[in-house]
Design a protein. Structure first.
Ligand code: CA
Length: 232
């Protein structure tokens, strides 16, 4: 649930987009502080109290990527990237640098609010999920204590690797995970960026959890970026 007056830092140099975003935030009961440069954003972050940062990657003074790296060296604040650059590599790079999610311009107010709510929820969920012994998304249930998975109450026979992969997604419901971060989590950092094994693992898991693996409804492919477990 949204607390009253959650404070959002809006970092965007394009006045038209900044005003659109600020207006949408106001309409939805959020408090906000606008910033139009990276330097301004960093100053605001150090001096203020924020629950989330919306960050444009193309800023006049220095690159949004640098802002992410700097902020991540001292803060866990959710960062939602807003970018005109729809190149997949940049989305993945922003996520790998520590951003939580991204929106590609142009986006609607509805999309913006949905993404903000998901990102804010992760902040609370991350701590909460560690205490949970199970989680369920639309009939797909995972038991973290027993390492078991159920689909509509029926236990699935999954391998330990498939379990690890699914558990990672359940700890990040609604969040896009880059291929690189999944490989690092599942196989360890020495595995490099070999995506073949992950693709095979994902295909095997989908055959077990999806009614039609070609049209998945649980774990969706974000083309060129990674995968996302869709929540309720
Ligand atoms: Ca810009």
């Amino acid at each position: 649930m949204q607390k009253p007056n959650e404070q959002i830092l809006v970092v965007e140099d394009d006045a038209q987009i900044r005003n659109f975003v600020c207006f949408a935030l106001k309409q939805n009961g959020f408090a906000y502080t606008p910033a139009s440069t990276a330097q301004d954003a960093l100053t605001q972050l150090v001096t203020g109290q924020f629950d989330l940062m919306l960050l444009d990657l193309g800023l006049p003074d220095f690159d949004g990527m640098e802002v992410i790296a700097k902020v991540r060296s001292w803060s866990e604040i959710p960062i939602l990237v807003i970018s005109a650059r729809d190149q997949d590599t940049e989305k993945a790079a922003a996520l790998d640098a520590g951003a939580d999610d991204y929106l590609t311009k142009p986006f609607s107010a509805t999309e913006l609010m949905a993404r903000i709510r998901v990102s804010l929820r992760h902040l609370y969920q991350a701590g909460f999920m560690k205490m949970q012994s199970s989680a369920c998304v639309r009939g797909l249930k995972i038991d973290f204590d027993k390492h078991l998975v159920y689909l509509d109450e029926h236990e699935l026979h999954i391998t330990p690797m498939e379990y690890s992969l699914l558990a990672l997604f359940f700890h990040n419901i609604g969040k896009v995970l880059t291929t690189k971060s999944i490989i690092r989590n599942i196989y360890g950092s020495g595995y490099g960026t070999d995506t073949q094994a992950l693709r095979a693992l994902m295909a095997g898991l989908r055959r077990k959890i999806e009614a039609n693996p070609a049209v998945p409804k649980y774990i969706l492919t974000e083309i060129g970026v990674g995968y996302r477990l869709v929540g309720e």
